[in-house]
Design a protein around this ligand. Structure first.
Ligand SMILES: Nc1nc2c(c(=O)[nH]1)N[C@H]1C(S)=C(S)[C@@H](COP(=O)(O)O)O[C@H]1N2
Ligand SMILES: [Mo]
Length: 158
């Protein structure tokens, strides 16, 4: 009974806040942000940014995976965001800091496809921050694996 009440109560609100091209999958916020409404990203908007792609082995899959998505620095540029430090927040409330320096040193990707397919939440999707671990041996360390937030939902900029 309670469940149904909740359903009818929440449903109109969910539709009202949804832009025509789908739900917001990533929000960006922070004190040095002038992003305003540019800080909300639908999958569609992320897919329209220039796309990067690389194949790499990871600790999460038992074979190399081809990841595709915009570079994190291009996402932040599209939102009009600058700062020193990024805190990535995931759907499971995992939080990790990523220095802006990483984005200039490496093509850090906001992956939205794994082997050409969208990632379900149970497969660490829909968004996964990935580094090109195979191209840089120094990235094959727990500090960078830790910065690889899967199920990403927010970026807080400081
Ligand atoms: N969303 C989310 N991303 C995450 C984590 C997490 O708990 N939640 N753990 C991080 C850490 S500390 C590491 S080492 C790697 C590997 O985590 P896993 O092997 O538990 O998937 O994912 C990183 N990304
Ligand atoms: Mo870790």
């Amino acid at each position: 009974m309670m469940k149904w009440l909740m359903f009818f109560f929440l449903l109109p609100a969910a539709f009202a806040s949804e832009p025509p091209n789908g739900p917001v999958v990533l929000t960006i916020s922070g004190t040095h942000t002038n992003a305003g409404k540019n800080a909300a990203f639908t999958m569609d908007r992320l897919a329209k940014l220039p796309q990067a792609s690389f194949v790499t082995q990871t600790p999460w899959y038992n074979k190399p995976v081809k990841f595709t998505g915009p570079l994190l620095k291009d996402v932040l540029a599209a939102a009009g965001v600058r700062g020193h430090k990024i805190t990535a927040v995931a759907l499971n409330d995992y939080k990790v800091d990523i220095p802006f320096e990483d984005l200039n040193k490496y093509p850090v990707m906001l992956a939205r496809l794994a082997d050409g397919k969208p990632m379900a939440v149970r497969d660490k999707g829909p968004l996964f921050i990935v580094y090109p671990y195979d191209d840089y041996r120094e990235l094959r360390k727990d500090i960078y694996y830790g910065r690889s937030a899967w199920q990403l939902s927010k970026l807080l900029i400081q």
